[in-house]
Write a protein that binds this ligand. Structure first.
Ligand code: DGL
Length: 262
């Protein structure tokens, strides 16, 4: 079995990272898992999400993944440390709210972080604030319902845009001039946020930087990229046909999706 890069998320949010990865390193074999049966992670307990992260990782390793990426802020906040301890042979890439680049970008010194309850309520956020919050004010906003809207294809519906506007305005009212997308699903709301703010807010989306980090790590551990086009598998824990439709809509990739009972 080919060694590969495993990438997982609660659903289709991590596809933004994956699309960058395929562009940067098209020869890299990848397996993407959408854990749609257990979405939304952001409203589940830390213990539950960490359990899912361990189960998905174990199965990805059995499928040859030597680098495992959590393209999910909520899962990274809940499980990154315990995964590194539990699977010492495997290299991990996680996602966290990109506050550092936001500090550099903000002129007002106020940064808005839009993320799930799980990410904003966890220890990771406290650590980030301790490390980076001395010179700026960090304002948190839970993106209620936004991940599910993206997951199920409602990202452009009136109700979603209204709710997004409410969330973004709450952060602007606090003076935020820089907005960190702290949930991978929100990458697919980037254009709507730009439209809503008339370009007045700097949006920080870490997807491409995370993809570059994965490509670097894959090359460090010698995962093959010699083929012009690596094998790109897509798995889901629920609704393979619906997930295939979303993959096509969000990334333009026409693919079959395998159902797994992980
Ligand atoms: N995409 C995930 C993240 O980055 C969470 C979405 C969910 O709540 O399932 O946090």
């Amino acid at each position: 079995m080919d060694r590969n890069v495993g990438v997982f998320d609660s659903g289709v949010g991590g596809l933004a990272v994956l699309a960058h990865l395929h562009r940067i390193a098209p020869g890299l074999p990848t397996i993407y898992v959408a854990d749609r049966r257990h979405l939304p992670y952001g409203e589940k307990s830390e213990q539950f999400v960490a359990g899912r992260a361990h189960t998905l990782t174990k199965n990805l390793i059995n499928q040859g993944s030597a680098v495992v990426t959590m393209a999910c802020n909520t899962a990274s906040a809940a499980a990154l440390e315990s995964l590194r301890a539990g699977f010492p042979e495997t290299r991990f890439v996680g996602m966290e709210p990109a506050i550092k680049p936001a500090v550099l970008a903000s002129t007002a010194g106020v940064i808005g972080v839009l993320a799930t309850q799980g990410t904003l309520g966890g220890r990771l956020m406290v650590r980030l604030e301790d490390a980076l919050g001395a010179d700026v004010r960090i304002v948190r906003q839970v993106g209620h319902g936004l991940a599910s809207a993206v997951e199920f294809g409602a990202e452009n519906e009136e109700q979603t845009i209204a709710s997004l506007a409410e969330h973004v305005n709450a952060l602007r009212m606090e003076g935020a001039d820089t907005l960190v997308l702290g949930c991978s699903h929100y990458s697919f709301l980037h254009d709507s946020i730009t439209e809503l703010t008339g370009g007045d807010v700097t949006i920080i989306d870490p997807s491409e930087a995370v993809a570059r980090q994965i490509a670097r790590m894959a090359s460090e551990v010698g995962i093959g990229t010699e083929d012009a086009m690596g094998t790109h598998r897509y798995l889901t824990t629920a609704d393979p046909a619906a997930v295939a439709t979303r993959i096509a809509a969000l990334t333009g990739v026409e693919t079959t999706v395998e159902l797994v009972s992980w």
